[in-house]
Design a protein. Sequence first.
Lengths: 388, 96, 287
Amino acid sequence: MSKKAPINDVLTGEHYTSGNEAIAEGCLAAGCRFFGGYPITPSSEIAERMSQRLPQVDGVFIQMEDEIASIATVLGASWAGKKSMTATSGPGISLMMENIGLGAITETPCVIINVQRGGPSTGLPTLVGQGDVMQARWGSHGDYEIIALAPNSVQEAFDLSIEAFNLAEEYRTPVIMLTDESICHMFEKLVIPPKSQIKLKDRKKPKGSKKNYLTFQPDADMIPPMAVVGEGYNVFVTGLTHNEKGYPVIDAETQEKLVKRLCDKILLNEEKIRKTESHKVNDAKILVISFGITSRSAKGAVDLAREKGIKAGLLRLITIWPFPTKLIESLAQKVDAIVVAEINNGQIIKEVKEAVRKDIPILLSSKLGGSVHTPKEILSKIEEASKK
Amino acid sequence: MTVKKSISFIPPEYEEQEKWQLKIITDRCKGCLFCITFCPAEILESSTKINSKGYHPPKLKEDASMDDCAKCGFCELICPEFSIFLEKLDDSGAKT
Amino acid sequence: MTVAEKKIDKSLLEAKKHPMDDLLRWDRLPHVWCSGCGLGSVLSCFIHAIANSGIPKEKFAIVSGIGCTGRASGYINLDVFHTTHGRAIPFAIGLKLANPKLNVIVFSGDGDLFAIGGNHIIHAARRNADITVICCNNFVYGMTGGQLAPTTPIDAWSSTSPYGNVEQSFNLCHLVYSAGANFVARWTSLDARRLQESMEQAIKNKGFSFIEALIPCPTTFGRRNNYENGLKMLEFFRDNTIIKNGIDPKDAEIRLGDKIVVGKFIDKPDQLTLDDRLARITKKSHE
């Protein structure tokens, strides 16, 4: 993409670009008009592109003094009515965790891009990793649910950015995009459709009088309509456990009611939110489960296995959280073994093991960060599984 | 919002035109003594009554009346509880 | 319960509603603060300032952090946000940048704004973000029981410095002014009228405005440091406060037990704010 982009929010057409730039354009196409961030490799390009493009579409870009300030700014901007986002990597997500919890309990829609790199700590700043999967789900303290999406191509990075904003607005929750350094730094073809073909969702607006508006009164779908600040609704937003008015009530009954609803609004909608892609799964005997960049090698491995006569199939997770437990449980009934391929020391595999009821071998094909699996590496695990 | 402050010396011919009353939401009071101590006209003291939380709300001193009140509104401003306040009544004694 | 008294009943007339109740969440009163706490007085000055400012109520957004002062937003009947510890300022900046028509005020405590939140306040002042920050300085972490704060005077007792504080304390006004604030004032909660006036001015000012309000915390600080109740500390303020308007805040010292310098120190109106510059950028990017 040229540096002098035209002043449109949707750059319809065919492009040859990187994952980071695709994410930036995807978020703009989704209606994002606020970015508060802090530079960190490998996500800085998203910030740089947003700093250029957001003023062109009358949005606001600000680089804050640290990641904690970034996420706080994003939450504030969301309450002021703007679709807002930030982009960072593992160390930044660690810093943001407290405020992600605040976003969860105050049901603030926002999108957080995590361009995963090798960890822990400073780790491998410029190389791929997939070790932040569990952190996305369990990183903040207390009970809450999160939605996390993982693209595996530059095109999908664009598409899922729009999906992320739609989910954030619909379910009033922070949404984490678990992409990785490989996807974000690779260059591929990106096709951006015309604006009219892009379906966007907006947060539910309150109906009825402002006087009777209760900041957190849910509708039947467990999601409260969200008022915008500055219109006289007198919202009361607190991180303390609160009742429907938003007033802090420090007792067990309110906690049960609130936390249960916050978790259920996502868990009970898991099938609606879930997105997966299957490749040769129908008659598979060895199921390979993967996501992100690894799934590309896994697909190659499945094809190689088929050539060798092993009936392998790939389930690619696009939604990582809420984890598609029921789907994996039902698929596991039909296979003899499962291979999980991920660039970490075994994170998705834990969820898979919990989901699978049948007593079948579940093997891990892991690399710990810095390089992507080759199809042959995953193939060797498939072969090992087929021998069991 | 009209200014509550008025001059403390009111010429006799104007005395009847402005009537003010100190009011209190007794159960909000926490007996901090701020209004009593810092009233410039020194017309308040603690009462022996207790409110529902067990605090002694303020009352006018025995030898003081609303005529002695400076109508400065300082007690209202400094009261941490939004308990005591100064209200202007019209001549008939009804609230304006 | 009656006591033998003269015929005239000197009780004040009982009222059901306070004139400021429309701006308050009166169904949550009485508030959680202790008897003798200065926070109620500062909140009262603040509510009066909002009422007098002439700005439509719906334009206000109040953001607070964690601590006793942070609870203040919960009693205000406007759009209010009670956010995480130390992060009220970036939250407020997000609100303001996303909707520049809002009048965003941060109402938080000395520990919340200057310890954990220290980084954010200096950058907000540097950027000249168009927000007002009201810092209620009670010299301690009150809500959690009286631990050491960056404003605790040297040698003072706190629950985490039982042998006396070994650290120098910040001069908050000096810190914020050096970072770039263009309105800086300090008053005690006893200087209620001047505090209200400064608040009205700060609310209406463009740019980063900072007000430090010195308040008693009788329960966790005062009574362990020779001020047995809130009244005693206010009396200390009354007898030892010196007003020096217009001086450089670095010369405005606070020496508890000795003297306190208060005043409207800095008032530099009409500097370009963060929003102004961002608006220019937006315009530039369209060319």
